[in-house]
Design a protein around this ligand. Structure first.
Ligand SMILES: [Zn+2]
Length: 137
């Protein structure tokens, strides 16, 4: 039996994000001034410094920018042979998440991935990604 995943630490800056996961939505911040979409949650826009923003749901698709297969999991909740990836979201921001693959070595730079949610405790869901299989021609 694996250990439970640690619950997120909720702050005023990331509450919208974690509440979105309860509805299985990956919410990003879009600046009301310059319209840049950003992640992780921050109180102000790194481009124009505006504190006005609107939450927008991510498209749910992206490509792997980089990936690692950790040799030592930080807890038993992660098991072994899992993939941690930097994912370039179709919406713009780069996102850190696990990529689910039968063989972790199938996860390559440039691999297309899609979002899904893993249920954890207290109604929260963790954003995860899986490989998108392209149709063979
Ligand atoms: Zn801005």
């Amino acid at each position: 039996m694996s250990a439970p995943v640690r619950l997120p630490i909720i702050t005023d800056d990331n509450r919208f994000y974690w509440e979105g996961t309860r509805e299985e939505q990956l919410l990003l911040q879009r600046c009301d001034e310059c319209e840049e979409i950003r992640h992780p949650p921050t109180p102000s826009c790194p481009t124009c410094r505006s504190v006005k923003w609107t939450p927008v749901a991510a498209d749910g698709h992206g490509t792997v920018y980089s990936a690692v297969i950790p040799r030592h999991a930080p807890s038993d909740a992660f098991g072994s042979g899992y993939v941690v990836a930097l994912i370039d979201l179709a919406d713009g921001p780069r996102f850190v998440a696990n990529v689910d693959a039968l063989d972790p070595y199938d996860v390559k730079i440039g691999s297309p991935v899609e979002l899904y949610f893993q249920t954890i405790e207290n109604g929260y869901h963790l954003p995860q990604f899986r490989l998108v299989r392209e149709a063979s021609s």
